[in-house]
Design a protein around this ligand. Structure first.
Ligand code: DGL
Length: 275
């Protein structure tokens, strides 16, 4: 039986996007063990019904608890967090951290003119989760949000530059740019891979904010608060395991390009028979 501190942190996303959060977590807490599940067999989540996404999130989170004995869960997907975070926090036996509140904190820190933007999947934006999170902070900012259907598919195809994605970005982001925001939150964990294209459209005066670092910091704080951080005095690097519900070879190949050498291999994940 592993000591709780040595148990892994569990993380999931619909695919590759959550790897932006995994990268930040590995960099910030290299000794923590990590299990990552990319649900590429069922991605994208952004155009699915809230009920479907909620069920996927519950299945994966339960598998992380029961099959992998994780000590904490990071929902590294805005779409899943926007519809399932509360339920996961209420029903699971381990702490659950999402990406929405950390992202909002980072966004409010950088804005100067108090006009901010959020972009995300259709599911995330239509859930209103960002409007609620910003209202909860009681800060007097004007929020302009936009759904960006198609962005995730470009990332999953590894097509992060070129005329096609640039034309789509111009079409989807122009209204946000024209509203005069000075800070734009990438409210989908896939979008940091499109930072260059997004920045081209928004202009250099607009600061792009992604939730990865702030989420990793929130995980660090929660580990300290629950006294479950792994002992770093032994100076040992954590083990990092990656799973995909789709083509594992493709996941490992493209995932390694996105995350780096820690993603040496990927294994197949399927929901446990008990669920
Ligand atoms: N990366 C996810 C998010 O943050 C989901 C993208 C998708 O599957 O549509 O919303």
């Amino acid at each position: 039986m592993k000591m709780i501190n040595d148990r892994p942190i569990g993380m999931f996303d619909s695919g590759f996007g959550g790897l932006t959060v995994a990268r930040a977590l590995i960099d910030m807490m290299p000794s923590e063990n990590l299990v990552y599940i990319g649900d590429t067999g069922r991605y994208p989540y952004g155009n699915k019904s809230a009920d479907d996404v909620r069920n996927f999130a519950l299945e994966i989170a339960n598998s992380l608890v029961h099959d992998f004995n994780v000590k904490m869960i990071v929902v590294a997907c805005n779409t899943a967090a926007s519809v399932a975070l509360k339920e996961l926090q209420q029903t699971l036996s381990v702490p659950v951290i999402g990406v929405i509140e950390p992202g909002v904190r980072a966004l409010l820190r950088v804005t100067r003119n108090k006009k901010v933007g959020v972009i995300g999947t259709v599911g995330t934006i239509s859930s209103g989760a960002y409007d609620q999170a910003i209202t909860a902070t009681k800060s007097q900012v004007k929020l302009t949000s936009a759904a960006c259907p198609g962005f995730v598919e470009f990332v999953e195809r590894d097509q992060t530059t070129g005329d096609e994605v640039a034309a789509l970005a111009e079409k989807l982001l122009a209204p946000v740019r024209d509203s005069g925001v000075d800070a734009l939150l990438l409210g989908c964990t896939h979008y940091p891979y499109l930072s260059n294209v997004i920045s081209e459209v928004m202009g250099l005066d607009v600061t792009l904010v992604n939730s990865a670092d702030e989420t990793a910091a929130a995980v660090g704080e929660a580990l300290v608060a629950s006294q479950t951080a792994r002992d770093t005095t032994a100076n040992s690097l954590g083990a990092h395991e990656f799973y995909s519900s789709g083509d594992v070879k493709h996941f490992a190949l493209l995932g390694r390009r996105f995350l780096g050498p820690e993603l040496a291999a990927a294994k197949f994940w399927q929901k446990s028979s008990g669920q």
